[in-house]
Design a binder for this molecule. Structure first.
Ligand SMILES: [Zn+2]
Length: 75
């Protein structure tokens, strides 16, 4: 992931974080995108909200997006 670029994520993207959730899960589905990022743990189903800056620091990579075309910039 290139440095200095804003992270592009969209609702329903699956992302992997640097540290596991206390439940042991690394993967999350994005539920909300804005100044805060909402996400749901795919392992235990818990939802959390993170300020975008903190989300970007914790993000390891975007694992997948169900609809690769046309997700950017749509709200
Ligand atoms: Zn969890």
């Amino acid at each position: 992931m290139a440095r200095g670029e804003p992270v592009r994520v969209a609702v329903d993207d699956v992302v992997q974080m640097r540290r596991p959730h206390p439940c042991g899960g690394f993967e999350w589905a994005i539920t909300r995108v804005g100044s805060d990022i909402g996400m749901r743990c795919l392992t235990c189903g818990r939802r959390v909200m993170l300020p975008r800056a903190r989300f970007e620091k914790r993000l390891k990579r975007v694992v997948g997006r169900p609809d690769a075309a046309g997700v950017d910039g749509q709200q």
